[in-house]
Design a binder for this molecule. Structure first.
Ligand code: PLP
Length: 480
């Protein structure tokens, strides 16, 4: 493709993108199709000869788009957001054109130096103190893996890296069951093993780890010959938004010399609003902290901000410096590949630069505040409605609710709510997902998409009530 043709189709792609943004609100949020429906429409073999862009774009509209779930839909209330915004999309387009691989300082000095500056902007925005540096990872999962590898090596005096794990004392990691499954995965990938992820019970309003139980578990493990290494604290757990008492957890970590990693993948963005920062009290004492601007800071996936107190411990763990990667004649530069599991790195800082400059921090705060306020308003509607109950209170912009008609038992309610979620998502006007909380099937509701309005959020109440009317409720049979 020559440059003039590229210019034409790049303009076309920009128009296509703007049209999509105009029209997405009218599409069903979740893709309404059966497994295999897209696959069957794709040719079994690749084309031998190149095809026209007209044809490729036509097939994009005909085959691909009907099979997309629309994460940027204003009524996307499922999972957590993976939001985007026009400035971020524009930056991604520019990033794709530059197509730099930013593994070393010299493979694009501007990318490295902008990343360092963006991480520091984010640090200031969420109120972490000076002294934390950081890196933009591909995902919170990658950051948590990097954190647990560092913790493992700190506990083992680097012997895991040098000698392998066999023959070492079993390394222990502590968290509640409210943390995201990326912690479980990192424990596996770090060779620590499921059996050494010690679950601490939760309690209280925020479903926080019981700090005394944590202390007891660490002591018991030490006495039993295990090697306690790390605690992972949740700041906004995925299921219901659980938040640990980070200051209390930090006391335990400091007392026993454990590494403290805070997973704030979703809720971290809300920390740009000072009024929510009570939730992160103590995070300034963590060894690392991760949050995803690609979740709730209007920045395209992938963009995960990983803050680190002692980067040397991280680069000693992950840094491998073969001769072919050395930057000759430039001492003291940052080579970010040494901070991450993968070597290759996209230029992720540019979209943050566009987003933060284009909106300004005050506007970003206002958007997040609005999401939180609307989620609370909707929760009140459900609380007041007959036959509905709020199961977990709003944690920022996430709450869970359940349809609980009088005269039904727990089993019947589980069935009704599973049926309700399926109906809601087949209907397509809104998109919600479920979780299991205290053994009960409950419906999650979170607000976080960039274009969501108060009307979209409150309108979800009418959709749910309308669809509840079609449920087949089997009341308990009266005892005879
Ligand atoms: C609390 C929490 N931590 C970690 C993750 C994993 O995020 P990522 O997809 O960036 O690995 C998620 C994903 O939803 C999450 O909610």
């Amino acid at each position: 493709m020559d440059n003039e043709t590229f210019r034409h189709w790049a303009h076309h792609a920009a128009d296509w993108s703007a049209d999509y943004m105009d029209e997405v609100a009218d599409l069903p949020v979740r893709a309404p199709l059966d497994p295999g429906a897209v696959y069957r429409q794709l040719p079994e073999t690749p084309p031998d000869a190149g095809e026209e862009m007209e044809q490729i774009f036509a097939d994009l509209d005909r085959i691909i788009m009907p099979g997309m779930t629309h994460w940027q839909h204003p009524r996307f209330f499922a999972y957590f957001p993976a939001n985007a915004s026009p400035p971020s999309v524009i930056a991604e387009q520019v990033t794709a054109a530059i197509a730099a691989q930013c593994m070393l300082w010299q493979t694009s000095p501007a990318a490295t130096e902008l990343e360092t500056r963006m991480i520091d902007w984010l640090r200031q925005m969420i109120g972490l103190p000076e002294g934390f540096s950081g890196v933009i990872q591909d995902s919170a999962s990658g950051a948590t893996l990097a954190a647990l590898l560092t913790a493992r090596e700190r506990a083992l005096g680097m012997r895991g890296n040098r000698e392998g794990l066999s023959g070492q004392p079993a390394v222990r990691v502590y968290s509640s069951a409210q943390v995201h499954s990326s912690v479980d995965k990192a424990v596996r990938m770090a060779g620590i093993g499921d059996a050494n992820l010690v679950r601490i019970p939760v309690g209280g309003r925020h479903y926080a780890m019981d700090v005394e139980a944590l202390e007891r578990a660490v002591r018991a493990d030490t006495e039993a010959g295990y090697k306690p290494a790390a605690i992972v604290a949740a700041l906004g757990g995925t299921s219901i938004g659980a938040c640990d008492d980070i200051a209390g957890v930090a006391d335990v970590a400091e007392r026993h010399g454990l590494y403290l990693h805070v997973d704030a993948a979703w809720a971290g963005s809300a920390m740009i609003c000072p009024e929510f920062r009570d939730l992160m009290r103590g995070a300034e004492r963590a060894d690392s902290f991760v949050f995803n601007p690609h979740k709730w800071l209007f920045t395209n996936f992938d963009c995960s901000a990983h803050f680190i107190r002692d980067p040397k411990a991280l680069t000693d763990t992950l840094g491998i410096r073969p001769p072919f990667l050395r930057t000759l004649g430039q001492d003291g530069v940052v080579d970010y590949n040494e901070w991450s599991p993968p070597l290759g790195r996209r230029f992720r800082a540019l979209k943050l630069w566009f987003v933060i400059r284009s909106y300004g921090v005050e506007r970003l705060r206002d958007m997040i505040r609005a999401h939180v306020a609307w989620a609370r308003e909707l929760a009140e509607l459900f609380r007041a409605a007959r036959d509905f109950e709020i199961v977990t209170e709003p944690a920022l912009s996430l709450f869970t609710f359940r349809y609980a008609p009088a005269g039904t038992d727990e089993t019947e309610r589980d069935r009704l709510n599973a049926d309700l979620v399926a109906r809601i998502n087949d209907d397509g006007r809104i998109y919600l997902t479920q979780t299991i909380h205290d053994g009960r099937f409950v419906i999650r509701f979170q607000v976080g998409a960039t274009t969501t309005t108060r009307r979209d959020v409150l309108g979800a109440f009418d959709v749910v009530r309308e669809l509840v009317a079609g449920l087949d409720v089997a009341p308990l049979r009266k005892a005879s």
